[in-house]
Design a protein around this ligand. Sequence first.
Ligand code: 6PG
Length: 466
Amino acid sequence: MAQAQIGIYGLGTMGSALALNMAEHGFDVAVTNRETDWIAPFVEEASAFSARLYPKERLTDFVAALRTPRVILFMIPSGAPMDAMLEEITPLLSPGDTVIDGGNADFHDTRRRAAQLTERDLHFVGLGVSGGEAGARHGPSMMLGGSRHSWAQLEPILTSIAATYDGTPCVAHLGPDGAGHFVKTVHNGIEYADMQVIAEIYSLLRNGSAMPPAEIGALFADWDRGLLKSYLVEITAQLLTYTDPETGHPMVDVIKDAAGQKGTGRWTVIEALRMGQSASMIEAAVGARGWSSEKDTRQRAETLLGGAVGAFDGTPEVLAEAFLAARILAYAQGFRILSAASEEYHWSLDAATIARIWRAGCIIRSALLDDIAAAFDLGLPQDELILSPQMAQTLSRCIPSLRQVVCSAVHGGHPVPALSAGLAWYDSMRLGHGSANIIQAQRDMFGHHGFERLGRTGLHHGPWWD
Ligand code: 6PG
């Protein structure tokens, strides 16, 4: 008899954690996995909740175990495996059933799949899930893109298992088809920028002020009690206190300085550029990860070009203010991309809702997001976060520190791509009169492209054409 309220296909780290979270909250969950030998050990380990888990080895049995209209969550690698599974499962489904992709999928794929399933009266949801394994198990932040029908099916389950902030579940129906996966992608882009800013600040303290990792960790722990309170600051404070059991050295000193990346940061930048936006801090973070992975080249360059760096001249207080300014700028760039995509794809994304569901459970959760949600609640345009009275006030106070930090870093030869990109963007945006008149004159002179003239309408050409 069909009993399960939801089925989860994929018992890797995230799928298992979500299944346990749902079972713990009283939902009956059918579970299966491509490698069927993973299923029994999972259920055995989950003994406390086994009455709520319905393990199935065959896809037909898995589908048959679900109440209709069915809800099936796939937690499998994104890309080709998702298309292959859709091929396999759709013949077994009935009109009104919903298939969910809970991975970090490219939102273009999600849009395509949603359109494909609509043709068969099926629903496809792109669900962004943030918070890593612990989040999935005890309360993730979730960004849903899909139909109202699917949201009605999923809302009771997702609101029960989500993280909460002041009692509000960190999950929302953000729009149709790819909206949820797009918002998750931009979440990750902001995550990249925030992580890069933290790495730059760490490096200034370590290499420019000779501060030992544990001391920097203590400073981050202190920051985590104030305006910079956030998950990424919290875990950085913790990880800096660890020692390598093998060598006795600080753990961070034995980790190779070559960052990995799975693609969501890059997608954010690509989509931003495609829509005529520049998420320069996210781009800086993606680029810095790329350069970091060229360890051999950097080592040869150090010998040839010299790798010495000067002293960093800035107090922890100045660094904290610079960090806060940079964090506001990174969020602001992220929300600008969301605003552009909302318009391009007619999603009607609500920035306040997005800020609210990012306040707990996800990787970029921070104290700042509550203020950002409040600013958007007051009707602030989504692409103008830096103009909200509160953010503008904080920026006016903190930008001198960001300027001091970037100046000292540049002077000492310390790379600060994200901090300096943030500052350059801020300085570009605060000038009512910039330098693009020169670009326009050049374009007209070499290509007769024409320009707008101040105070006049129409397209004009320079006297160089007379
Ligand atoms: C999250 C994270 C997660 C992401 C990792 C790794 O919100 O839980 O964003 O989805 O996969 O952060 O991403 P990279 O490997 O690209 O750093």
